[in-house]
Design a protein around this ligand. Structure first.
Ligand code: MCN
Length: 786
């Protein structure tokens, strides 16, 4: 069976993951291992008046207790956000200082003020409790609506009114004119609920300073170890780049939360140097809730105008976003460039305007979480479309169809140029599989059982392959987000692929090997993927924004082109043929139309033994490439969700969920299906169950799995997943990313289905049984649709 592109090969890496043999950061045990525990603020906003470490220092086994004054005194720099956003009046964003250990003020519950280094983890934690911090409590702004009010507590001195920027995209006058010409206007006020990322493996860092070599090694749960090294050396001044090795070994999920450099990695590295010990910190689940960057948290008012034919004539959006207490690495880009450029959805909308204001609050920093900005845009657009269809008495699928973009490339008025797609086709596929025609009968049958049945659509598009350097530069990102790859063919023909992408659950060890197998016909077992170590791979940009397929793999494809060209030359010379007649297939290098051939490993040997290479050719078979796409790639999908609501309890059951996606060329359908399942499950979590809740004092009320509800197997149905491939012209493989689409497209499909069932447009996420029951009591239906 082929193991090349398009084959549903089982994941090579799963043997070690399913037999407990993965090697995660917390599994690292260095000689001389010591443990860190952080002293964290119990207050959301307070002045630090003093830190008394004497009781902790007196404990047997405590090595040191270090604080923010010492950290900044040693020249360790502040944590920064790498994406500069300019306000519409031309002013730069207001970035408040974020020290890895707070010095004068704490700004959220969980903000670290000191670190204890001790012989055991238990002792470090006990000693951290014994550190006595004298706080002067300050008034708190725990939500964005509080923080933006006049007279709200000032969180950072350099951000008056707590505002970070007031940014816009699109043409306001054109959007106003479009709305003025509309015969129907749909208005919605929506909240995009705040989420906690919850990867299965909590964050962890093991830092080791070698004083003999003056060299640092950091094992960390990172999605992008090279960027971590760059930032730690260039901006935080923790260690010179060439004296710092960062290794992200097996990582048990990230979902965005492990992109950033957090205070803990910085502190562990610095503490390792201070104490001359290897320092390990591993978050527990409670600590993760109050330190991992949260996601979403937008409040939006929007108006969409339609003409008599149901065509969209104007779309105006006003969004307020919560950034949390500090600006994390990507945080500024999430409510701006990862959000507003997606507001055209799958629709031909000429007049769009979006205004975004962001504010600090006394909460955990907010940054990218699976989808990052695109789920928020999709939720808004798709709730709008469904609501508008209902208000105009139209079939929601028909309203979408009338507005679908039909020709590609398509330039939207909000920066994006969509590459390729067939939106009517994927909608039709989803409708057929979901048996939309049979829905009225299913609804009637449910009604007879006293249940409310509803159906909801989401036809969405997203931009993945973050981010072409040209786009990144013009949008204010600090660096271009290309990717690198190196292909090494060993003398016996086995192949090593060194990539700057990082796999933390996405199956790269399999799919990247499939691309090689496809090219040379070698078994995927003979291909080794090397990633996640700055000593092995020179540089890379890491994994987020569903970029490993479109960008990382494309760099591999480019390096393979170079290897292939050399293989052709070597074989043509050895087989006394023209390069043009060389065919590489089935693990053999042949001369077309003859019986002359070399086995793949013979080419490897020839390259290194080098007796018989073409005149002037360098020995060896190793090539590298950088790939920088001309544009994003744009996956799209049509999701249809069908629900049954129990009107007595408000409980929702998802009875059917259908997806028809376009991920361009599919490398491994089984892995892609798994990605869709995972993403849709996270989207269902957002729609029905998950929400981070702070009280007005900034205390997190649901920081455990007793209170924060993650989706479980019983909460999701068996999904129907299907694909239609329109290859992206923006990368050599035609791939569009699939890692976030499920989480981006599914929340509006679920909410549209529930609101269809209960007959209201007024329902917020998460649609818990209580929220749905209340909506029913407030006037939505208590029996099924008339
Ligand atoms: N793939 C494919 N054919 C395509 C597109 C992708 O076979 N047309 C394969 C890829 O080769 C890769 C996988 O699907 O093995 C996902 O590829 P891609 O969409 O490029 O996404 P990335 O590999 O860049 O992963 C990032 C993406 C993001 S942004 C989040 S968040 C997320 C996600 O992946 N976090 C995950 N999926 C996750 N899955 C797991 N298990 N854990 C996470 O933390």
């Amino acid at each position: 069976m082929s193991s090349g592109i398009g084959a549903s090969v089982k994941r090579k890496e799963d043997k070690r993951f399913t037999t407990g043999k993965g090697k995660y950061t917390d599994d690292v045990r260095n000689d001389n291992q010591a443990y860190a525990a952080f002293v964290r603020s119990p207050h959301a906003h307070a002045r630090v008046k003093g830190i008394d470490t004497s009781a902790a220092m007196a404990m047997d086994g405590v090595i040191d207790v270090l604080n923010g004054q010492q950290l900044t005194g040693d020249g360790i720099g502040n944590i920064i956000c790498g994406w500069a956003i300019t306000s519409k009046d031309g002013s730069p964003m207001n970035m408040g200082a974020w020290s890895a250990l707070a010095t004068e003020k704490v700004r959220y519950v969980g903000d670290a003020v000191a670190v204890v280094i001790a012989e055991t983890q238990a002792l470090a934690r006990i000693a951290a409790e014994a550190v006595d911090v004298d706080y002067e409590e300050l008034p708190v702004a725990a939500s964005v609506l509080t923080s933006m009010k006049d007279g709200a507590p000032q969180i950072h001195e350099n951000a008056p009114g707590n505002q970070i920027y007031d940014w816009e995209l699109g043409d306001e006058a054109a959007a106003d004119a479009g709305l003025a010409s509309a015969t129907h206007i749909t208005s919605l006020d929506l909240t995009n609920n705040r989420l906690s990322p919850n990867p299965m493996e909590p964050r962890s860092a093991v830092a080791k300073y070698d004083d003999a070599e003056d060299h640092y090694t950091l094992y960390t749960t990172s999605q992008n170890p090279h960027v971590a090294r760059l930032v730690l050396s260039a901006f935080y001044n923790v260690a010179p780049e060439h004296k710092l090795r960062v290794i992200a070994p097996d990582v048990g999920g990230g979902f965005g939360a492990k992109i950033y450099i957090y205070p803990e990695e910085i502190t562990c590295l610095w503490a390792s140097m201070k104490t001359n010990r290897s320092v390990k910190w591993t978050s527990d689940r409670s600590e993760a809730f109050i330190t991992d960057a949260h996601g979403r948290d937008h409040v939006t008012s929007a108006k969409m105008g339609f003409d008599d034919a149901g065509k969209i004539v104007g779309f105006k959006v006003d969004t307020i976003a919560n950034i949390g207490a500090y600006m994390s690495l990507f945080s500024s880009s999430v409510p701006t460039y990862l959000y507003a450029p997606l507001l055209s959805g799958q629709y031909n909308i000429q007049n769009i305007h979006c205004n975004v204001r962001t504010y600090y609050t006394n909460t955990v920093p907010v940054d990218a979480y699976r989808g990052a900005g695109r789920p928020e845009a999709t939720y808004l657009v798709e709730r709008m479309m469904e609501t508008a269809a209902r208000e105009m008495g139209m079939d929601p699928a028909e309203l979408r169809r009338r507005n679908f973009i039909q020709e590609f490339p398509h330039q939207t008025p909000v920066l994006m140029q969509y590459d390729a797609g067939d939106f009517p086709k994927i909608l039709e596929m989803a409708q057929e599989t979901a048996d939309v025609a049979g829905f009225p009968a299913r609804r009637a049958e449910a009604e007879a059982r006293g249940k409310l049945r509803g159906i909801g659509y989401s036809t969405f598009i997203e931009a993945c392959g973050l981010a072409p350097s040209k786009a990144a530069g013009s949008l204010g990102a600090g660096v271009g987000l290309w990717e690198s790859a190196e292909v090494r063919v060993n003398p016996v023909g086995s192949i090593e692929i060194l990539t700057g992408s990082h796999s933390h659950g996405q199956g790269h060890e399999t799919t990247f090997a499939q691309v090689v197998a496809d090219r040379f016909g070698v078994p995927i077992e003979n291909v080794q993927i090397v990633h996640g170590d700055t000593d092995k791979v020179q540089f890379g940009m890491g994994t987020y924004g569903s970029r490993s397929g479109p960008v990382g793999m494309s760099a591999v494809a480019k390096a393979l082109d170079k290897v292939e060209a050399k293989v052709r030359k070597i074989a043509a010379h050895a087989l006394e043929a023209s390069e043009d007649d060389i065919v590489i297939e089935g693990g053999e290098v042949k001369v077309a139309g003859t019986d002359k051939s070399m086995a793949w490993h013979e080419v490897g040997l020839a390259a290194y033994i080098a007796h018989n290479l073409p005149e002037g050719m360098e020995p060896g078979l190793k090539e590298s490439a950088f790939f920088d796409p001309v544009n994003f790639s744009f996956p799209s999908g049509a999701f249809i969700c069908e629900v049954e609501v129990d009107p007595d309890t408000g409980t929702t059951e998802i009875v059917q969920f259908t997806s028809a996606d376009d991920f361009g060329t599919i490398i491994n359908p089984m892995i892609v299906e798994g990605q869709v399942h995972g993403g849709v499950t996270q989207g269902i979590g957002q729609a029905l169950l998950e929400q981070v809740v702070y009280d007005e004092d900034g205390q997190l009320l649901n920081g455990s799995y007793m209170d924060y509800t993650m989706p479980r197997a019983a909460d999701v149905p068996s999904f129907h997943v299907q694909h239609h491939e329109t290859p992206s012209p923006n990368n050599p493989l035609g791939v569009k990313g699939c890692g976030e689409a499920g989480a981006i497209g599914s929340p509006p499909a679920v909410i549209n289905a529930i609101t269809d069932a209960i007959g209201t447009n007024d329902l917020a996420m998460p649609a818990t049984p209580q929220a749905v029951w209340r909506a029913i009591q407030a006037g939505a239906k208590s029996v099924a649709a008339e």
